[in-house]
Design a protein around this ligand. Structure first.
Ligand code: HEM
Length: 407
C-alpha cells in the first residue's frame, strides 16, 4: 500500500472501524509522509504517525493552529476561534491561564467524592437493569452517564439538560471529523453553536443571581470582579469547547477500554484495590484505543521533517493514535500491558494545548474501573460492537453486556 492508498483506506468505513492495520502500514513508510493527492474536504499536505515527529511538532510553540478562511461568517467557527483550543498565543495563553487557575488540585480533590458517588449510583442502576441476566448497554448505563454527570456537576450544568446538550455536541463533533466539512454538517454545527451560546447566556445570568460552588459561578465571579482578561463571549466559547472536549472523549475512554480489559481477566480480577494497576490500565487503554485519533498543526516556516519538505503554512495531519502504536517507542505496540514503561502516550496531546482536563478523566478512570470490576466480576460483552464513524473521535457507542449477577 502506498501512502495515498493508506489514507484512502483510513478514511473508508473499514478504516474507521479498524484503523490500526493502516497505521502499521504507515509506520513502514516512515514517521512522516507528503500527501500526493488530497482527500475531498481536506486541507492537509503531509501526514505524520511517528511518535517522535508528532511529539516534536506538538511541543514546538511556533507550529500553530490555522484559521479556515471566511470563519467570521460561521457561528461555529466564531465560537471555536474565541476559545483556547483553537487559538494561538498570546490569546491562548491569556484564556488558558483563566481556566487553568480554576482546575486546581483542591478542586480536583473535591471532585473525588463526587466521582465515587456517581460511579456507585450508576453501578447500582446497572445492577438493577441487568438483574436476572438482562442485557444492558454499558455505554448508555455507565460509560456515558458517569463523565456526563461528573462534568455537569463540575461545570454547573443542570443534569436535566444533558440529553438536549448531547445532541448539540454530536452535531459539532460530526463537523470536526477529518472529512466533515460538508455544507450540511456546517449548518447543523452552526445551529448547535447558536443554541449553546444562548443556553450559556441564560445559565450565566442565573448563576450571577444565585451563585453555587460550580466552575461557572467561580468564573463569573472573577470575571465580574475584573480580575481576569476574558470577555463574557469568550467565557461562553470556552465553556462550549470545554464541555465538548470533556464529554465524548471520556465516554470512549470507558467504552473502548472495556473489551480491552475483559480480554485480560487476570487484570480485571486484580483491579479492585490496586490503585497503581488502575492508573496503568487507564494509561494503557488511552494509548491503545485513543478517543482522539488526530490533531493538526500548520508550519511556521519552510522546513524539512525527517526528509520530508513542508512549506510555510502547510497543514500537517498528526495521527496521535498511530504515534501511540509506534513500534519504535512502544515495543510490541498492539499488546495491552498496564505495566508498560516508556514515554507517555499522546492521547491527551502535548505542548501548549495539552489537555486541560486530563486529570479529571484519569481520576474518573482510576476510581471507576476498580469499582466496576469489584461489583461485577463476571461482566461479559454479549454482542459484537462497532465504532463511531469518526476518526477524530473514535469509540464504541453501544456495548451490550451482562453483569453476571444473579437477580
Ligand atoms: C479521556 C478523555 C480525554 C481525552 C482523550 C482528551 C484529549 C485531548 C487532546 C488530544 C487535546 C489536545 C488538543 C490539541 O492539541 O489540539 C485536548 C485538549 C483539551 N481538553 Fe481534553 N481530553 C479528554 C478529557 C478532557 C476533559 C475531561 C476536559 C475538561 C474537564 C478536557 C478539556 C480540554 C480542553 C479545554 C482542551 C484545550 C486545551 C488548550 O487548547 O489549551 N478534556 N484534550
Amino acid at each position: 500500500m502506498d501512502v495515498s492508498e493508506i489514507l484512502t483506506g483510513l478514511y473508508s468505513e473499514q478504516g474507521r472501524q479498524n484503523p490500526y492495520p493502516f497505521y502499521t502500514a504507515l509506520h513502514a513508510h516512515g514517521p512522516i509522509n507528503a500527501i500526493p493527492t488530497r482527500a475531498e474536504h481536506s486541507t492537509v499536505t503531509a501526514v505524520a504517525g511517528g511518535y517522535d515527529v508528532v511529539d516534536r511538532i506538538l511541543r514546538d510553540p511556533l507550529w500553530y493552529k490555522g484559521f479556515p478562511p471566511g470563519w467570521e461568517e460561521q457561528e461555529i467557527l466564531r465560537t471555536f476561534l474565541t476559545s483556547m483550543m483553537f487559538v494561538n498565543p498570546p490569546d491562548h495563553t491569556r484564556m488558558r491561564a483563566v481556566f487553568a487557575s480554576t482546575f486546581t488540585p483542591r478542586r480536583l480533590g473535591a471532585l473525588e467524592p463526587v466521582v465515587v458517588r456517581i460511579v456507585e449510583e450508576r453501578l447500582a442502576a446497572m445492577a438493577e437493569a441487568g438483574a436476572d441476566g438482562t442485557e444492558v448497554d454499558f455505554v448508555a448505563d455507565f460509560a456515558y452517564p458517569v463523565p456526563a454527570l461528573v462534568m455537569a456537576e463540575f461545570i454547573g450544568l443542570p443534569a436535566a439538560d444533558l440529553a438536549w446538550y448531547r445532541q448539540r455536541v454530536d452535531w459539532i463533533d460530526e463537523y470536526m471529523d477529518v472529512a466533515g466539512k460538508t455544507p450540511e454538517r456546517l449548518a447543523r454545527a452552526n445551529q448547535a453553536a447558536e443554541e449553546l451560546r444562548s443556553f450559556y447566556r441564560d445559565l450565566i445570568a442565573h448563576r450571577r443571581r444565585a451563585p453555587g460552588a460550580d466552575l461557572i459561578s467561580g468564573l463569573v465571579e472573577v470575571l465580574d470582579a475584573g480580575e481576569v482578561e476574558l470577555t463574557e463571549d469568550e467565557l461562553i466559547s470556552n465553556l462550549i469547547v470545554l464541555f465538548n472536549a470533556s464529554f465524548v472523549t471520556t465516554v470512549y475512554m470507558f467504552s473502548n477500554g472495556l473489551p480491552l480489559l475483559l480480554a485480560h481477566p487476570e487484570v480485571t480480577a486484580a483491579l479492585p484495590g490496586d490503585d497503581a494497576l488502575a492508573r496503568g490500565c487507564v494509561d494503557e487503554v488511552l494509548r491503545m484505543e485513543s478517543p482522539v485519533h488526530f490533531l493538526a498543526r500548520s508550519a511556521p516556516a519552510a522546513a524539512e521533517l525527517d526528509g520530508v519538505p513542508v512549506e510555510r503554512d502547510d497543514n500537517v495531519l498528526l495521527l496521535i493514535a498511530a504515534a501511540n502504536r509506534d513500534p519504535a517507542r512502544f515495543p510490541d505496540p498492539d499488546r495491552f500491558d498496564p505495566h508498560r514503561d516508556g514515554p507517555p502516550s499522546l492521547a491527551f496531546g502535548v505542548g501548549l494545548h495539552f489537555c486541560l482536563g486530563s486529570a479529571v478523566s484519569k481520576l474518573e478512570g482510576r476510581l471507576a474501573l476498580p469499582r466496576l470490576f469489584a461489583r461485577f466480576p463476571r461482566l461479559a460483552v454479549t454482542q459484537p460492537h462497532t465504532y463511531s464513524g469518526s476518526l477524530f473521535l473514535r469509540g464504541i457507542d453501544k456495548l451490550f453486556v451482562t453483569t453476571g449477577e444473579a437477580g
